[in-house]
Design a protein around this ligand. Structure first.
Ligand SMILES: [Fe+2]
Length: 232
């Protein structure tokens, strides 16, 4: 029998952020933003049980996860000096990406590969006529921090499937026709506890197209990237 409730701290667990990943979850108490990192629905215990669909999330306040394959639980118990999170093993994103604007305060946490998943990327991204195609992916997580009113940089390339869960604060994902915010045509609000639907369009085997998009913070914010990287 597989061991239940195999838990470990995530690489970005630290002074400000408490973060763990739990595998094969059964009747597990959770406090924080819980993200279902699997293809199967997560069940929440209660008089009337609740359901969190695959790759979606919820806020739990000592609620019980009745069952789930794999979840992350991320909490910020105390937000005093929360901006200090960038000194807790994080990196300014400009150190990772030469073309990143030199004065934009976007910071990235250490990343953590929490497991692998097999899925159909066409179905994952809600394609109209999903092709019959299954692939393997590493599930890679990291956090981002930016203060209010940060332009987190327009981009349209990722060699992976990406979604995000909001952990703290509010923002939006802004989607543009071109590499120009004046061509904005859509916004997705990011509220704490929410995971947005994928923006990606799968264009072939391990080929992904993204619209021009950027994160925008309305308040100081922390969000979690969930990246599914094609794996062997
Ligand atoms: Fe992106």
């Amino acid at each position: 029998m597989t061991e239940t409730n195999r838990a470990r701290p995530l690489a970005f667990d630290g002074k400000y952020v408490k973060a763990e990943v739990v595998q094969n979850v059964r009747d597990y108490k959770a406090r924080g933003v819980v993200t279902n990192l699997s293809n199967r629905p997560m069940r929440v215990g209660g008089e009337v049980p609740g359901t969190i669909p695959p790759w979606k999330s919820t806020i739990m306040v000592d609620g019980i996860i009745a069952s789930a394959d794999l979840v992350s639980i991320v909490a910020i118990p105390d937000d005093a000096n929360l901006g200090g999170v960038v000194f807790d093993g994080w990196d300014w994103f400009g150190n990772r990406f030469d073309k990143f604007p030199r004065t934009t305060p976007l910071y990235i946490s250490p990343h953590d590969v929490v497991g692998q998943v097999r899925l159909n990327p066409y179905a994952f991204s809600n394609a109209e006529n999903p092709r019959d195609f299954i692939d393997n992916y590493d599930i890679r997580l990291n956090l981002w921090w930016a203060p209010a009113k940060t332009d987190c940089f327009l981009h349209n390339e990722h060699p992976f499937l990406e979604i995000h869960t909001q952990i703290f604060g509010q923002g939006r994902i802004q989607i543009c026709h071109e590499r120009d915010v004046a061509t904005l045509y859509r916004e997705i609000t990011t509220a704490v506890g929410d995971t947005h639907d994928p923006l990606v369009r799968v264009t072939g085997d391990r080929e992904f197209a993204y619209p021009w998009h950027r994160g925008w913070t309305d308040t100081d914010a922390i969000w979690m990237a969930i990246e599914l990287h094609p794996a062997s």
